[in-house]
Write a protein that binds this ligand. Sequence first.
Ligand code: HEC
Ligand code: HEC
Length: 248
Amino acid sequence: MRRIAAWALAGGVLCAQHEYPQVDINEGARLYLNLCVTCHGPEGDQVAGIDFGRGKMRRAYSDGELVNIIRMGISGTGMPGQGNMRAGNPQAIVAYLRSIAARPSRVQAAGDAARGKTVVETKGQCLSCHRVKGNGSRLGPDLTEVGALRRAVELETSLLNPDAVVLPQHRFVRVVPKNGAAITGRILNQDTFTVQLTDDQQRLLSFPRADLREVTFLKTSAMPSYQDRLTPQEIADVVAYLASLKGL
Ligand code: HEC
Ligand code: HEC
């Protein structure tokens, strides 16, 4: 399973015709990440002449026409069709495309990736929680390909306001065993009978639910905000570095 994006933006997006519900936008973001990001890129500008993040396409399409393009593709080009998409609703992808065009708020590319790398490895101490290309800790998500999956504006939000954007699979959980002290860690998996997490020592722990007194999902991120810890220039540099991380 790929990571899913569920940006906790407030409210829906108001467009000329109607409002797109936030649940659709979130669902569309997840589908976009699964089906479209490899070709169109996290900013939507990786195919020449098209820039979803700025609402730039060959012409203005109606929502219905976009749904058709998503279903049928564009024959004779590299744009594949998704068919009937049992796994999701093409209308939700349209809502997501409209939402990123309505809120371009793109981070100005004033950052320097090389300086950002230094901040990540030294002052920011990011590797005490994250891994990049095999270096660092497993406590937080691996950032090796974060630049291929997230828009720069989302990366910036992760740094300034981590609580706004905790992805479901990054959530922290607190478990209290019937015969022991509470343990907090990152959820790896859960089913009817067990809960698995990694704790801050990076140990993989599995608990039978029957042995637990309490399982609570934490609402806030384990990541500190860097709003006051880094200068605006350092934030821009770190975002530029993260955006450059596109896998091994
Ligand atoms: C395999 C690569 C690939 C994938 C995957 C892909 N696209 Fe495309 N898409 C393209 C290419 C290439 C074009 C340009 C086609 C052309 O030359 O007309 C395109 C064109 C489009 C257009 C028309 C834009 C315009 O300017 O007219 C839309 C809309 C679009 N894609 C949306 C999507 C969505 C939404 C998804 C995911 C469901 C997706 N694409 C998945 C490669 C891809
Ligand atoms: C105390 C541990 C900790 C530190 C230090 C930390 N992070 Fe995080 N970070 C996390 C956790 C846990 C998450 C997942 C939960 C969330 O999304 O907030 C996360 C999420 C992220 C995400 C979102 C990942 C995604 O897939 O969208 C980015 C980007 C990120 N961190 C970058 C950084 C950078 C850059 C630094 C250093 C400036 C840093 N983090 C420092 C723990 C940490």
